[in-house]
Design a binder for this molecule. Structure first.
Ligand SMILES: [Zn+2]
Ligand SMILES: [Zn+2]
Length: 123
């Protein structure tokens, strides 16, 4: 988001943000989450919050989606790592997140095992 865009949104909560990674204009209303904090197209985020929605972080760097984890109820959660300060954040996935990218993140460790996958059968 440029400074001009930020100024033009005045006192209202911005209704959309420009993704700093793929440049998509992302509406802030998301299915299944009250604070959309990552881009549904490329899943990148920005380090703005200390806790979700508080906008307390001064870092502001782009956060790369590096992994998927799953909560006990089956909800998928994105792990973001900040490119500026290396902080890790957990973010709920939204209903319109890119399913292919989510899936790729989820299977990435299986696609790149540090040992031959045939070894699994040996134990
Ligand atoms: Zn994006
Ligand atoms: Zn950061």
């Amino acid at each position: 988001m440029t400074r001009d865009q930020r100024r033009s949104s005045r006192r209202h909560e911005p209704r959309s943000f420009r993704c700093g990674h793929c440049r998509l204009d992302v509406p802030t209303d998301a299915v299944g989450t009250s604070h959309r904090n990552h881009c549904p197209n490329c899943l990148w985020s920005r380090h703005l919050d200390e806790t979700p929605g508080d906008r307390a972080a001064e870092c502001g760097s782009m956060m790369e989606p590096i992994a998927i984890t799953v909560r006990g109820d089956g909800e998928w959660v994105l792990v973001h790592r900040c490119g500026g300060c290396d902080e890790l954040h957990l973010n709920r996935t939204a209903g319109d997140d890119n399913p292919l990218l989510l899936f790729r993140l989820a299977v990435l460790p299986l696609a790149r095992t540090p040992f031959p996958i045939e070894m699994i059968g040996a134990f």
